[in-house]
Design a protein around this ligand. Structure first.
Ligand code: PEP
Length: 249
């Protein structure tokens, strides 16, 4: 059975005091839910966030990590460092990492392997650009992103994978994929995984939608049968909005 998940990607927002304040508000306002709730503050605030949420069900996850175990990689963070502060899940492949930091499928495949080798969970992001959708190439792009980064994994690794389909044209733009567009792509993703592995793996993996999810559109998107929740950027920075989105699942 796959899990419902709502995750907040805080990106490069919130200093230490603001992080603490938002987490306190979130923990206090969290509605009763069967969904797993996750937040991804910046690296410097992760350890504090883990401490603040010690008695909460909200999980703290990381926005990124390096593929090497340790060494001369100035400014980078390893899986062991995350694990040492109690962070067990990492977002990899976010479109901003791909676009601004040139993380390609090959690098992402290494990062995924490095995280899984350490028994971390991976929230793997992928999705097409606007031109891909306009030219009708979006299914091919998504299939190749999945294939290049994930399809050489052993079947057993898939219990540690969460997928987040995030069409790049919908991230931070206010433009959302329609619930039908999200469902169509999520169903395609499950079909692609069924062909590469089997229907059990495809049926058990949680596939989140990300891209301008807000309280006003969350319910309709989350209502689609192959959408298992959301990865939320902008709207996760306001406790009331994030809580409303969690409530919508
Ligand atoms: C994201 O960054 O993963 C995201 C979905 O952002 P937003 O919700 O702001 O579009």
């Amino acid at each position: 059975m796959r899990s419902k998940i709502v995750a907040g990607n805080w990106k490069m927002n919130k200093n230490a005091a603001e992080t603490e304040a938002l987490l306190t508000e979130l923990a206090a306002k969290l509605p009763d839910t069967n969904a797993q709730v996750m937040v991804a503050p910046t690296f410097v605030n992760l350890a504090g966030a883990v401490r603040s949420l010690e008695s909460s069900v909200i999980q703290v996850i990381a926005q990124n990590m390096h593929f090497a175990e340790s060494g001369a990689y100035t400014g980078e963070i390893s899986a062991d460092m995350l694990l040492s502060i109690g962070v067990e899940t990492v977002i990899l492949g976010h479109s901003e990492r791909r676009a601004y930091f040139k993380e390609d499928d090959e690098i992402l495949a290494q990062k995924v392997k490095a995280a899984l080798d350490k028994n971390m969970k991976v929230m793997f992001c992928f999705g097409e650009e606007l031109e891909d959708r306009k030219s009708g190439n979006h299914f091919n792009v998504v299939e190749s992103q999945l294939k290049n980064a994930l399809f050489s994994l052993d079947a057993s690794a898939w219990s540690s994978i969460i997928l987040a389909y995030e069409p790049v044209w919908a991230i931070g733009t206010g433009e959302t994929a329609s619930p039908e567009q999200a469902q169509e792509m999520h169903a395609f993703i499950r079909k692609t995984i069924t062909e590469a592995y089997n229907a059990t793996i495809a049926g058990n993996v949680s596939i989140l939608y990300g891209g301008s999810v807000k309280p006003a559109n969350a319910k309709e998107i989350f209502g689609k049968p192959d959408v298992d929740g959301g990865l939320i950027g902008g709207a996760s920075l306001k406790a009331d909005d994030f809580v409303a989105i969690i409530g919508a699942i």
